[in-house]
Design a protein around this ligand. Structure first.
Ligand SMILES: [Mn+2]
Length: 364
């Protein structure tokens, strides 16, 4: 297991590489060029600058997150070929600088979604929060505006203003795209890029829909074991993998997260993992992001780490969103303190699982 931490770059993150390096057991970052619009080529120069900085801090950068897929690809428009070619160039450029795994998602229009980015908890901390009942009263444009207004001056992944300028127009285009059509467009995308990945030794890891169901009537395909099975079958390659985000999948109470990890872990199709917890509040469609601890949320983190240990022990892992604690101000979900506590807890679980497994072997 390689423990990593998301880092948005020195100009866009309240957390420094030095702070990340000082977290026990930390090996590297999951990197991100947050200023790149979907569809643009990530140039060698930009990649080198980011990765050199990470290496200079004594950390690795083998995973890159959110090379966003242009909407025209998801919609299957004729212009998609240009964006797929750009994506291929980006893959080659990232591979040149040692990147082994690229995280992306195939969610139409809207990326992950919350109705509150700083919901107060009884202990005085704040959490990101989602309530479907509240969402019912808002339009997609309302929710985008509210998110932009409440993120402490940082842009959130998937909420870049350039991407959302034409929101209404894009939503209209999706009226003709159902789940089947989206999967067809998805296949075309994978056929376009996976041969390049095979050539370069890079895996693509699809992040789940968040929350893990359809919203605003938009088609979504990546929020269950069955959905991922379909995606894996679209193009059979070891480079076609899942970014298994326990919080996103766990938002849907029908998902048995440890069992999904075992299913794809055994197939060798987990490219990396985001590990976090969440707590449902009174309804299956209302939850807040809790601390990583099992007893604070609905997910059994011990079973999750055990499933990883037993089926994909060499995977990249990072803590995912954390609460804001100890008065920290930063990008919602991406402060230092609660995520660093999450790392220590996950490392503790791992050591216990590892030692128990080794002493079992000795007894036999
Ligand atoms: Mn995630």
């Amino acid at each position: 297991m390689k423990m990593t931490f998301r880092w948005f770059g020195s100009k866009s993150d309240s957390v420094s590489l030095e702070q990340i390096r000082q977290i026990p057991g930390m090996t590297g970052v999951m990197g991100f060029l947050d200023y790149k619009p979907a569809g643009d080529v990530w140039t060698e120069e930009e990649i080198k600058k980011y990765i050199d900085e990470v290496h200079a801090a004594g950390l690795e950068c083998e995973v890159i997150e959110s090379v966003n897929v242009h909407e025209d690809i998801k919609l299957g428009l004729p212009t998609r070929d240009k964006y797929i070619e750009n994506y291929r160039i980006t893959i080659r450029n990232l591979a040149k600088y040692g990147v082994k795994c690229i995280v992306y998602n195939f969610m139409p229009v809207l990326d992950w979604l919350r109705t509150d980015l700083a919901r107060p908890n009884p202990d005085g901390s704040t959490s990101m929060y989602y309530d479907e009942a509240e969402l019912g009263t808002l339009s997609p444009i309302d929710i985008v505006k509210r998110t932009a207004d409440n993120c402490n001056g940082f842009s959130l992944p998937g909420w870049e203003p350039e991407r959302l300028e034409d929101l209404e127009k894009v939503l209209k285009l999706y009226e003709n795209v159902d789940e089947e059509k989206l999967l067809e467009n998805y296949r075309y995308f994978l056929e376009g890029i996976l041969p390049t990945c095979e050539e370069c030794g890079v895996v693509m890891a699809c992040h789940p829909d968040d929350p893990g169901w359809q919203i605003f009537g938009l088609p979504r395909v990546a929020h269950s074991q069955e959905g991922y099975d379909k995606i894996i079958k679209l193009y059979d390659s070891p480079c076609n993998t899942v970014c298994l985000c326990t919080g996103s999948l766990g938002s849907n109470v029908d998902n048995d997260v440890p069992s999904i990890i075992r299913h794809f872990g055994k197939m060798g199709r987990i490219g990396c993992l985001h590990v976090r917890n969440l707590k449902h509040l009174g309804s299956d469609r209302c939850f807040c992001e809790s601390s990583h601890l099992s007893s604070d949320g609905d997910l059994d983190m011990y079973e999750i780490m055990k499933a990883i240990y037993e089926t994909c022990p060499n995977t990249y892992i990072r803590p995912d969103h954390g609460r804001m604690i100890w008065g920290e101000v930063g990008r919602p979900g991406y402060g230092l303190y609660d995520r660093a506590l999450g790392v220590c807890y996950l490392n503790g679980l791992w050591e216990a699982i590892d030692k128990a497994a080794k002493s079992d072997t000795e007894v036999k």
